[in-house]
Design a protein around this ligand. Structure first.
Ligand SMILES: [Zn+2]
Length: 256
């Protein structure tokens, strides 16, 4: 990682630091996702972020993943795959953690890389019970719920956001937006091989070690989730990111 504070920035505006040829979303859903998940797109330090907010199919995800330099390693009980730059930084963080008698371990077999089908399955595991709940509560017509459940994953996102705007939240606890616990299909940072869900996320010392090695929290209230941004914390504002504090945690989000 670059520790000399000389990262390539055109200006400290978020959009100026997006990858060349990045397709800026113009629709409401895309813009919201950019705002909530977009820190990833200005990652540095050898990270290659995608050039758009939503992958629309397995084919798009696999062709992006095939274009990357990747690395596989067994960490804790699981074999994980990340972009090479992210893995190198993670290995250094693990060593630094060990020197302080700390561990950094993945939360499961899907803690790092995911494919498109994984993101669809996770999404459905939240949306379907939520639809059933709001029908049972009488807030949603059964016909409307079944219409939404039959839509393609991509088209479902708009409808789910629409329900949430009427107070019918679809997260696991049904109290907040689904996007704070599960990413819409094709939008998870895990598809980019730049994200890792960490067991020890509650330990502030572990979070410090990770951030010293370019790994930060970038999705508000997704507590185990870390994103490789490839710079030190003091460089993040230069990339157009802003610090958001929530429940004693620090998250870095696009300053949009
Ligand atoms: Zn995650």
């Amino acid at each position: 990682m670059n520790k000399t504070n000389k990262i390539k920035v055109k200006s400290n505006e978020y959009t100026a630091n997006l990858p060349k040829d990045f397709k800026q979303p113009t629709d409401t859903v895309g813009r919201r996702l950019l705002k909530e998940y977009g820190a990833l797109f200005v990652a540095r330090g050898g990270a290659i972020p995608p050039k758009k907010v939503i992958f629309k199919s397995e084919r798009e995800v696999s062709s992006f993943q095939a274009s990357l330099s990747k690395s596989i390693k067994t960490v804790g009980s699981f074999e994980i795959e990340l972009q090479t730059a992210a893995m190198k930084a993670l290995k250094k963080a693990i060593i630094a953690a060990e020197q302080n008698c700390l561990t950094i371990t993945p939360r499961g077999a899907d803690a790092a890389k995911r494919n498109y089908a994984d993101t669809v399955a996770l999404w459905k595991s939240r949306v379907n019970p939520a639809l059933a709940h709001w029908v049972e509560k009488g807030n949603l017509e059964p016909a409307e719920a079944s219409k939404i459940s039959r839509l393609s994953p991509f088209d479902q996102v708009v409808e789910v956001f629409n329900l949430e705007s009427q107070g019918m939240f679809c997260s696991k606890d049904l109290l907040k937006s689904i996007i704070y616990s599960v990413a819409p299909p094709g939008t998870s940072q895990h598809l980019s091989l730049l994200a890792l869900d960490v067991n020890e996320h509650n330990d502030p010392s572990v979070r410090d070690v990770l951030s010293e090695h370019g790994w930060f929290q970038t999705v508000v209230s997704d507590l185990p989730h870390f994103t490789f941004l490839g710079v030190l914390e003091n460089q993040l504002p230069n990339l157009g990111l802003k610090k958001v504090s929530d429940n004693k945690r620090t998250f870095w989000l696009p300053n949009l």
